[in-house]
Design a protein around this ligand. Structure first.
Ligand SMILES: [Fe+2]
Length: 245
């Protein structure tokens, strides 16, 4: 099966629509790695899209926060304002759907899906080889798909080695995941990239052939920024979209 992998949409509908258009005809199903809402101006519309198209979705820390399941004091002031705004702009139906999403890693064939890390599904950031290496003991499939960092990444544990290797994703180039490899794979963020590239990030995965293709697509950032400004969301969150940070 060819799967469109999306993560950290963060209520950015313009970015999500650009991804769907770019990926059109290249996938048979959709998996979502969480943080569908939070930060952006269209949480309800993004939930509706993901709900309609994704066969598998896990919960992210911002979804969790929107449900009121955690103390928003753990967020910085701008993120906190956005959480409260998001909570007020989700329908009862969307909140009910978010509340049903799994918070534990979800396994599908050779792949485990989780928002943050297999060891700590909602909070841990897998940014560096040391953390990645420690996490290989916390899932049993060959590959684990994560989001949360908003940075596209591949951490590969080659058979016989003890430390994960970071591999640079090359956008638009399919990459063969080799037999004997295990990996923690991050498609990056659709709606708020943090790798100094403002384009929406996502990945395509051929589950049987084990081919991972990281991709980027430009979208109209100004449209999302205007919608955020109209909604009264914090200026710093609006500005960062232009820089991919
Ligand atoms: Fe996120």
């Amino acid at each position: 099966m060819r799967v469109l992998i999306v993560s950290d949409i963060h209520a950015n509908l313009a970015a999500l629509e650009a991804v769907i258009e770019d990926a059109a005809g290249r996938y048979d199903g959709v998996w979502c790695l969480g943080d569908t809402v939070g930060y952006g101006p269209e949480p309800d519309a993004c939930v509706a899209r993901v709900r309609a198209m994704a066969a598998l979705t896990v919960i992210g820390n911002h979804d969790w926060a929107a449900l009121g399941r955690m103390d928003v004091e753990d967020f910085n002031p701008e993120a906190r304002r956005a959480v409260v705004w998001t909570r007020d702009h989700l329908s009862a139906e969307s909140l009910a759907w978010l509340s049903e999403l799994p918070s534990e890693p979800t396994q599908h064939e050779r792949y485990t899906l989780t928002h943050a890390s297999p060891r700590d599904p909602v909070w841990e950031y897998v940014l560096y080889p040391g953390v990645a290496t420690e996490n290989f003991g916390h899932f049993t499939t060959a590959f684990c798909l994560v989001g949360h960092t908003h940075v596209p990444a591949l951490h590969i544990l080659v058979d016989g080695e003890t430390k994960a290797r970071p591999m640079q994703p090359t956008f638009g180039q399919p990459m063969q995941l080799k037999p004997g490899w295990r990996g923690i794979l991050n498609p990056g963020s659709v709606g708020q990239p943090r790798d100094n590239d403002r384009r929406a990030a996502y990945a395509l995965l051929d589950t049987e052939a084990a081919i991972w293709e990281p991709r980027r697509v430009d979208y109209n950032v100004e449209v999302t920024q205007k919608r955020m400004r109209d909604a009264g969301l914090p200026e710093r969150l609006i500005n960062r979209l232009a820089f991919g940070w």
